[in-house]
Write a protein that binds this ligand. Structure first.
Ligand code: GTP
Ligand code: MG
Length: 575
């Protein structure tokens, strides 16, 4: 049984005994299938074997059926996946087998990207352990050593209090593949007039010409040609909008399980989340076994506590209140079993495609039964996380590029502390110093910025070769240390034992190994339940030691996700 299946089969509401660890493969999963599903599965398997012809021997029935399950029995999508993963390219055969996450990250760096529309930005993923294309792009540029602006020596925290500026909040949009996340965000931006009707009409035309007309709204977020032709989100898209009280940053995440590392990067920058579930018959149920559940677990492990559940596509079930109630009840059940407090969870029935209950209330008579808040009202009622204003400066770089203001401009969300023009900064892991030439918030020049804000920094006196996406910018006097071994209090998503893992923190991604399981912990009290267990079972909490191949900037209080073979195996807090 693959890890992914083990994880999917595990029922967090019930006991550990539910976990099927006997390794006997897909047949157990088969028992969960309804007769109709079973029939579709068998027919789909035969069709794929016939289409693949002689190549068919390169994939197992289990791999075929996992693909069919994942793509809702869509034979074409399953074949495309199986070919890309197991059959082509043949030249890979002799090389050491890269991890699935490496495959995804490599594919992304090759993927061409269209020029983003105004206000939309799509970041290229970059492995933290490799010199990515960012450094390639900028390494031949010369260092900016123009005289620095004099620091105004502002008391930034006082300025922040005085400014009484709008709240700023970032939210990540997560959920199973095709739940309608990008369409919902496209609709939100259209109805708030951030995107105009003409752009959408243009997208409708272009999308129709490649047989994807239902994705026109999603194209507001899905800007890459590969995303558009495949009809799936691959990487996080960011976009901004404001209401009377708040400046919001949207982080639209991919739902496909192959792109979980990008979802992790998005979730690491978020104050709260919108979990989109597809109310269509069968789709909700499939999502619950897939990324609806995995994303919720990841959010929880990464410290996100507020969730707005968007019960989407209600148009497909005639705005059935019974369906909305049934879904709300089931999602509440598993969210509370995952550790969310239900007072922080709310549900909105909506249709992203048609625009009901997003900015304006639904005008469909069948939706009359709902008199609660719209999605925008729920967003406005969501408090950003407490800002760590008084802690030392930490900012994770999410983009690095050349701009008209500087050979090296970086952007990212300030995790803690504050900064101002003229400040000296340290970039880790390179340990190189740089200076803040100028700053921008929301494309406006500013003198300072504080924790929680997404800032653009024009740097000087640093060679761009020392700066990569995923690096941390910090205070020169209280810098973050670079370490290669750490202890983490982790929730196991799968069986843990001494094994190879990929360590993910935001965009950063490094190869490592679980070297020791120090203790199994009591989930409620946090006390040691058993010292040095041989393995950790799914849903248990344990203290484990991880050693990485390289030194990476990490410190206590940060959250990391451990993945292996393309599946999330654990996540937790650095001690
Ligand atoms: P990934 O990012 O790839 O995980 O997908 P997504 O969750 O962003 O879904 P996307 O917005 O790409 O939409 C997937 C499909 O669902 C498209 O064909 C949409 O037209 C359709 N869809 C989205 N919202 C609705 C809705 O409210 N009603 C109906 N009927 N279809 C919808
Ligand atoms: Mg999407």
């Amino acid at each position: 049984m693959s890890r992914h299946q083990a994880y999917r089969n595990y029922d967090y509401e019930n006991d550990i005994n539910e976990y099927d660890g006997d390794g006997d493969g897909y047949s157990d999963e088969g028992e969960e299938l309804s007769p109709e599903d079973r029939a579709q599965m068998d027919a789909g398997t035969d069709e794929i074997r016939a289409s693949l012809g002689s190549e068919s021997s390169k994939v197992t029935t289990q791999q075929i059926q996992e693909a069919l399950w994942h793509y809702y029995y869509d034979v074409d999508k399953s074949i495309a996946y199986l070919i890309s993963k197991f059959i082509a390219p043949p030249s890979k055969k002799k090389e050491p087998v890269p991890s699935p996450d490496d495959v995804v990250l490599a594919a992304q760096s090759q993927a061409g990207s269209k020029k983003p529309a105004a206000g939309t930005s799509k970041k290229k993923a970059d492995s933290g352990t490799k010199k990515g294309d960012v450094t390639d792009r900028v390494k031949d540029l010369k260092i900016d050593d123009t005289p620095l602006p004099k620091s105004k020596n502002l008391d930034v925290l006082k300025e922040f209090e005085k400014a009484n500026s709008k709240k700023s909040a970032s939210f990540v949009v997560v959920g199973h593949v095709d739940a309608g996340k990008s369409t919902l965000m496209g609709r939100l931006l259209l109805d708030l007039h951030v995107v105009d009707q003409r752009t959408i009409q243009k997208y409708r035309k272009e999308a129709a010409s490649i047989g994807k007309s239902s994705f026109a709204l999603a194209w507001v977020l899905d800007q890459r040609s590969e995303e558009r032709s495949r009809g799936v989100t691959i990487d996080i898209a960011t976009n901004r909008f404001e209401t009377d009280t708040t400046l919001f940053t949207i982080l639209d995440a991919p739902g496909h399980r192959d792109f979980i590392p990008n979802m992790i990067a998005g979730a690491s920058q978020a104050d709260f989340a919108i979990l989109v579930v597809d109310a269509t018959t069968g789709a909700f149920e499939a999502g619950l076994k897939g990324q609806t559940r995995e994303h919720a677990l990841l959010l929880r492990s990464m410290g996100v506590s507020r969730i707005i559940v968007a019960v989407n596509k209600l148009d497909t079930v005639g705005w059935s209140q019974a369906r909305f109630d049934e879904i709300s009840q089931q999602v509440s059940g598993f969210l509370s079993a995952t550790g969310f407090q239900l007072k922080n969870v709310s549900f909105v029935p909506l249709s992203g495609l048609h625009g009901d209950n997003i900015v304006a209330r639904s005008r469909d008579e069948a939706a009359d039964w709902y008199s609660g808040k719209t999605l925008v009202e729920e967003l406005e009622g969501s408090e950003p996380m407490a800002r760590a204003l008084h802690k030392p400066l930490r900012l994770t770089i999410s983009e690095a590029y050349r701009s008209t203001q500087s050979p090296l401009t970086v952007s990212g969300r300030i995790d803690s502390g504050s900064l101002q023009a003229g400040d000296a900064l340290l970039v880790q892991p390179s340990g190189e110093k740089a200076y803040v030439k100028s700053l921008e918030l929301d494309h406006q020049p500013v003198d300072w910025a504080v924790a929680g804000q997404n800032v653009i920094i024009h740097l000087s006196n640093i060679d761009p070769i020392h700066v990569r996406v995923g690096d941390i910018i910090c205070d020169t006097k209280q810098p973050i240390a670079c370490i290669d071994t750490f202890t983490v209090k982790a929730l196991a998503f799968d069986i843990l034992m001494p094994m190879q893992v990929d360590v993910h923190r935001g965009r950063l991604h490094a190869a490592g190994q679980i070297t020791e399981i120090s203790a199994l912990l009591d989930k409620v009290k946090g006390t040691v339940a058993k010292k040095k267990p041989k393995i950790v079972k799914p849903a248990s909490v344990a203290r484990i030691v991880v050693k990485m191949g390289t030194k990476v900037p990490l410190e206590a209080g940060q959250r990391v996700v451990l993945r292996s073979g393309g599946d999330t195996v654990a996540a937790g807090l650095l001690e």
